[in-house]
Write a protein that binds this ligand. Structure first.
Ligand SMILES: NC(=O)c1ccc[n+]([C@@H]2O[C@H](COP(=O)([O-])OP(=O)(O)OC[C@H]3O[C@@H](n4cnc5c(N)ncnc54)[C@H](O)[C@@H]3O)[C@@H](O)[C@H]2O)c1
Length: 373
């Protein structure tokens, strides 16, 4: 992620110093960025690769960051390590330097708490790969100087990104609102209502998603996707809406991490036939309705709890995870009353808190009003 963010900043015209405490990582970033920028020049996507590469330098010495105006931290996802780094960074940089974290799941507030000047700390959450994904979640900690939010948005826009502002809560926008795409699909699979190939077919062919949940989980890797789910679940004080699945946990334990290890939910060994799927339109519609009702409810609840604005929630899901349309638009198109009826039916059937509808969805259904006009 660090190398990708460095590329974005250098292409935008900044002098960038890539810092890592591991020589091999620095070397990999240097080689990778040279190759990538040269390729982009050949394709006509950047004008002068040599000039951009000339703006990039590499170091394993934190002292070299003394003149930076902005530091974007993207080290491993560990609060203690990030806090130590922020404390050490603050000793090097000037008082005006902005300190940002690219954390996916940690509290920006907790990271900022390690600083003498926590008001200069903000979350800048890029998506993978940073040069291709337009979305950046801007996350102010509770200590962040409010004027920094606007400055961060202006800077990200200048870098060609689409910034959205998210409250400092677990998963921010995308990693919170997207959970049911995986979680509800896993639940349907575990209950035996449909097999994974059929669920993937339903979500792509009927739902219009680019990838089905199982293909996508295999693509992301279960070491990442499962861990995000577990972290979000724990961070939400074990709210059953975010409960992880044993099927996915077992894959992780077996080392069947997905595409990268040759096996996940699917087997990627050459010559392996794809599992048979059931192209039953009625079953497909039921699958899509159940997963979509859960996703829409999650977006509505995020709006109700003021995690983000309507516009930012829509941008986040269409640009951060390429959903075919925003979830609040989806709610308007289906009608809040229909989505509510789907959820209330699930709630009655299972008696689980997991299926509780957002009070805002209930209100919208009663009023018959829309989220977007
Ligand atoms: N991978 C993703 O899809 C993704 C997406 C968005 C955000 N993130 C976040 O970005 C961060 C990095 O993720 P990644 O996937 O690039 O991880 P990674 O393991 O590929 O890279 C982390 C780098 O940090 C270096 N590092 C570790 N400890 C360090 C220290 N104390 N000082 C300096 N360098 C140190 C490592 O040498 C390594 O090069 C995490 O916070 C993660 O949550 C990841």
């Amino acid at each position: 992620m660090g190398a990708g963010i460095a590329q974005v900043a250098a292409v935008a015209g900044h002098r960038v110093i890539v810092y890592d405490n591991n020589e091999a990582s620095l070397h990999k970033a240097d080689k990778g960025l040279s190759a990538t920028l040269q390729k982009l020049e050949e394709k006509g996507k950047v004008a002068n690769a040599a000039e951009i590469l000339g703006r990039l330098s590499y170091t394993n010495n934190l002292n070299d960051l003394a003149d930076c105006g902005l530091v974007i931290e993207a080290v491993i996802e560990n609060l203690g390590i990030k806090q130590q780094l922020f404390t050490a960074l603050e000793r090097q940089v000037c008082d005006e330097c902005i300190l940002a974290s690219n954390t996916s799941s940690l509290s920006i507030t907790a990271i900022a708490a390690a600083c003498q000047r926590p008001e200069r700390v903000v979350g800048l959450h890029f998506f993978n790969p940073p040069p291709l994904m337009a979305l950046v979640e801007v996350i102010p900690a509770i200590q962040t100087d409010p004027s920094l939010i606007e400055r961060a948005k202006v800077l990200m826009t200048a870098w060609g990104k689409l910034p959205v502002v998210a409250k400092d809560t677990p998963g921010f926008i995308v990693n919170r609102v997207a959970r049911p795409f995986y979680g509800e699909a896993l639940r349907i699979y575990e209950e035996g209502l449909a097999d994974m190939a059929t669920i993937d077919w339903a979500m792509t062919s009927i739902g219009g998603f680019r990838m089905g949940p199982f293909t996508l989980m295999d693509y992301i890797g279960h070491d990442v996707n499962y861990v995000v789910t577990e972290t979000v679940f724990q961070s939400f004080f074990y709210d059953p809406r975010y409960k992880p699945s044993f099927s996915q946990k077992r894959l992780l334990e077996a080392g069947w991490l997905g595409r990268k290890s040759g096996r996940g939910f699917y087997n990627y060994a050459e010559g392996t036939a794809l599992p048979e799927l059931v192209k039953d339109e009625l079953l497909g519609k039921q699958i899509v309705e159940r997963i979509m009702a859960m996703l829409i409810n999650e977006a509505v609840e995020a709006l109700y709890l003021r995690i983000a604005t309507i516009a930012d929630l829509e941008t986040a899901m269409t640009k951060g995870v390429n959903y075919p349309k925003g979830l609040l638009q989806w709610c308007d198109d289906w009608g809040a009353a229909h989505v509510l009826a789907l959820l209330d039916h699930l709630y009655q059937q299972y008696g689980e808190d997991r299926y509780r509808a957002s009070v805002l969805l209930r209100r919208k259904a009663q009023e018959g009003s829309l989220f977007l006009s």
